[in-house]
Structures are given as structure tokens and as C-alpha cells.
Design a protein around this ligand. Sequence first.
Ligand code: DGL
Length: 275
Amino acid sequence: MMDSTLPAASPREEVTPGIGVFDSGVGGLTVLRALRSALPDAPLHYVADSGHAPYGPKSTEAIVARCLAIGEHLITHGAALIVVACNTATAHAVAALRARWPALPIVGIEPGIKPAVQATRNGRVAVMATQATVNSERYRQLIATHGGVVHVHSQACPGLVDRIETGNLEDQRLQDLLKTYTDAVKASGADTVLLGCTHYPFIQARIERLLGPEVTVLNTEGAVARQALKRWSELGLPSVQPASVRLESTGDPAPLARLATLALQSPQTARQVDI
Ligand code: DGL
């Protein structure tokens, strides 16, 4: 059934229904990787809003405006399901996206406070996330709902997204900044650390090394892919082989192509778009 709230595809473009995925930048590629392995038959269209990253220091209004513009772009190009592959965008804008397109399935990503609380052995959990996620009402509610008696240390990590956005994961400034934040997390005494930003799994091995073997590091990308698989199956769309991956960036597409090649373990190209 045609939904009149959804923008129509341009008449000249043939669209195959697929999954639209977006993040403030390259971080959501860690979700794209999980989606590709859970849904090998679904066309994927990824937008990195690198021209406007990071979202962390932005106001709710600014984040909502970017998310609505990207949502419109993805739907126009065939998205039958949208995955918001950004904790910050989910915290500030998923409600606005759902209000704008009530008939469209939209899957967001949030710090997995519940599994982290279940996993801790010493009653102390730390969350590494952006300042905007940590400041958000949704995050406060997640802790109020699932935190229980567990102590949750919230570690905002300003600057990490900017460094990962360059695509140079070996950069010494990234290493130094990371050490500052992991030292603070260590000082909190947490034995379970949650990565509450989709950029951070790119440097998860390094975070694990800095925190040491006593600390368990969790991320939420797999859970999001399972939820997307469920919502995609409900749509009953035919599988497509080979399933395409379309990569677009509102900034420099080179880091996106480089990190997508790393994330998907096959050569990828990306193009620049104006949204
Ligand atoms: N990957 C985004 C997230 O998960 C980063 C947000 C930002 O650009 O600050 O929160």
C-alpha cells in the first residue's frame, strides 16, 4: 500500500526497496557491517553526514533538522526501513523521525544499559559516549529504567569522533585522547564498559588493551542488526542477489570508502552528496 506521508521517488530513477542507514559520519559503518552479515540479501544505502559531523556538540534542533533531511533523501532513494546508526541521533531525533514517517519502520541504537547491568560482576558499569548522548533525556531514562542498584559512570568523550572521522586510526592524537578517557573509566572501577557511540567499535581492540583484561567491553551493533532483521522480514520484500551497498557522504567520501573497505572486508567506493 502506498503511504502518502513518504516522499515519492524521482520518476527517472528506478528504486529497489532497501535499508537506509545513516550516522553523523563513518561510525555507523560498524552497524552496516553487522547489518550486512545479518541481512546478506538486502540492498543497503548508507549516508555518512561527515559534512556536518560531529553531532555531539550540536543542539537537539540542529540534530533533528539533519536527520529529517537525510531521512527524506533515503526514502526518496528506496528506503523501506531506516536504521539510525548513531546513538546521538537516536537520543535526540528518533521520535521526530517516527512522528514524520509514522508508517515507516525505524530502528535506532541506544547504549545497552540493560545487558551491561546484567554483565557486571562488581556492580560498576561505565558508558563511553558523546556529550550529547550523555546529556540526553533518553539516556537519563535508560539508566533510571535499567540501572537498578548498579553504579553507572558516564564518560563523555569529546574529540574522539573527530579523530576517527579522519579515517586515520593510527593517529597519535587519537591514541592520546583515548588514553585520557580510558584512564578516567579505569578510575571509576567499572568492570563492564559499554561503547555508546557507533564510531568507537572501530577502536574497540585498542580500548580493550588500554582497559586491561579484567574489563569487559560491550557494544550494541549486533542487537541493532537483529532488530533490523526482524523488521525487514515483516516487510516481506523479495531478496536481491547480489545485494548492493551504496555509500554516500556529505563530506569527503575518501575516509568513508577507506573505512567501509575495512568494515566490510571488500573494496568499496563512495560518492559525495549534497543533502
Ligand atoms: N556515531 C555517533 C554516535 O553513535 C557519533 C555522534 C557524533 O557525531 O558526535 O553517537
